[in-house]
Ligand binder design. Sequence first.
Ligand SMILES: [Zn+2]
Ligand SMILES: [Zn+2]
Length: 150
Amino acid sequence: MNNKQAAEILSDYLKKGKHRITPERFEVLDAAIEYEGHFTADELYIFMKNNNSNVSRATVYKTLELLTACKLISLRNFGDNMNRYESNFKRKQHDHLLCLDCGRIVEFTDNKVNKIQEDISENLGFTSSSYSFNIFVRCKNKANCPHYND
Ligand SMILES: [Zn+2]
Ligand SMILES: [Zn+2]
């Protein structure tokens, strides 16, 4: 998938849902799918401001919801009640391990996790659409934990 295909997916989605098609929404799309790592709506808004965008905070919030609905980005919850997003563009499906001591986030892929969520959905008579899997940990080796180097 390239940026143009991503824009087509968004444009189809907006048309189908009778949402307004505005250039600002495509500006948010480009910023969101190219953003490295995890981000909150405010972080993306500030990032765009710093790149001389005039997009409003409300537009960023609303567009991120639309991009999540059409699966161009994923919504992540890391247990702190903050909505974080992540681009699905050029990226593999992955899960997260989070350190409660230092806040480090490690991404991993393990086919067993994927298999388990598919099996459970099938066994209960559903087809899996998406899932969320987080492991919360504490640093074993405190010398490697940035939190303890403060
Ligand atoms: Zn840690
Ligand atoms: Zn991630």
